[in-house]
Design a protein around this ligand. Sequence first.
Ligand SMILES: C=C(O[C@H]1C=CC=C(C(=O)O)[C@@H]1O)C(=O)O
Length: 397
Amino acid sequence: MSPAVLVRPRPVHRAADLLSAYLPGSFYYSSAHGSILADGVHATVETRDGDRARAVSAALAAAARAGVDHPMVVGAIGFRPDGPASLVVPALVRRACAPTGDGPTGAAVAPAWTIAPRPQPSHYADAVRRALERIAGGELAKVVLGRCLDLLADAPVAVPALLARLVRADPTAHAFAVDVSAPGDPAPRTLVGASPELLVSRRGTEVVANPLAGSAPRVADEAENRRRRAALLASAKDRAEHAHVAAEVARVLGRFCRDLVVPAEPTVVGTPTMWHLSTRITGRIADPTDPGASSLAIAEALHPTPAVCGVPVDGARDAIAALEPFDRGYFTGLVGWTDARGDGEWVVTIRCAEVCDAAVRLFAGAGVVAGSDPDAELAETGAKFRTLLRALGAWER
Ligand SMILES: C=C(O[C@H]1C=CC=C(C(=O)O)[C@@H]1O)C(=O)O
């Protein structure tokens, strides 16, 4: 007879209950694999670039020794190596199934808005032209350039309502809300979004990454959507933009995985607002006993992929610093969770906003390669803003 094993059942919650229990300061994350609501702070994890996975493993081990049941680290890491990070071992974690999107549409987030683009749209198109000159000069093969919209409401923004509207609009998205308050903020600051892009997940030995790049706005007319999907798949410019990302993600995963499956051709995936070229890459952890192969260690090795930075990475970082007139902060970083076994899920921080009191900053970027058209990249970033604008009730079409 096998020895008795004490299995402590985990509480099971309803996805809708977790979503409605969310309050600013908590961590919320949901995807097609389930929902997490984490409250309270058992420990804050101080990390440095390149050493985050090790610091997180140490924090998880300390939490387990202190009696935290199934400890987890949750949070967000910024785009730049010296950028911000907000990682904690929560005091209480509740888990549920994936959200279904059922339920009321959700309360309004704020009654009225003023909107200011940063930079001005014509300046963004100029920045794309300058990036194209660097590409033509052979300095770069690809760079992702971002822009912002600064929204001001006439009352404090209801972050729980915003999150609920994002989840209901697309229950399959990787939806998140992370407290990223910093000293000097006049009120709690929340990073909130619905990313379509899985950076990496690890469950046991199974690893999945799903790079996206190459995009077209989605419209209401289904015949036009069919045409756009076909045009995207046939576009040499978009396929080149995508190939940089898929190749780099496959190369990095090859360091951690065996049995890597990298489809030769991208497919098209949709969100309520966009179509994207997509490559779903899978593999198995080569050495499951290696503590250096946790989901966060793999995510750190992948970041920043050419879906958010470019090729070569150093030249693209320089171009971003020179051509973007704002600090990305958490935009184009990573959001997610990891546990003591190394399991976890990390997504690319896009289709997102930072909310602080009545102020909301929305972010969107687009990949620039040879053949990119500045006005089309401007329109693409405009379309990407719709994910948040719709949820905010600031764009109703
Ligand atoms: C940087 C963003 O998207 C990335 C992910 C998917 C498609 C992209 C593109 O086609 O440019 C971007 O690489 C963003 O949404 O802000």
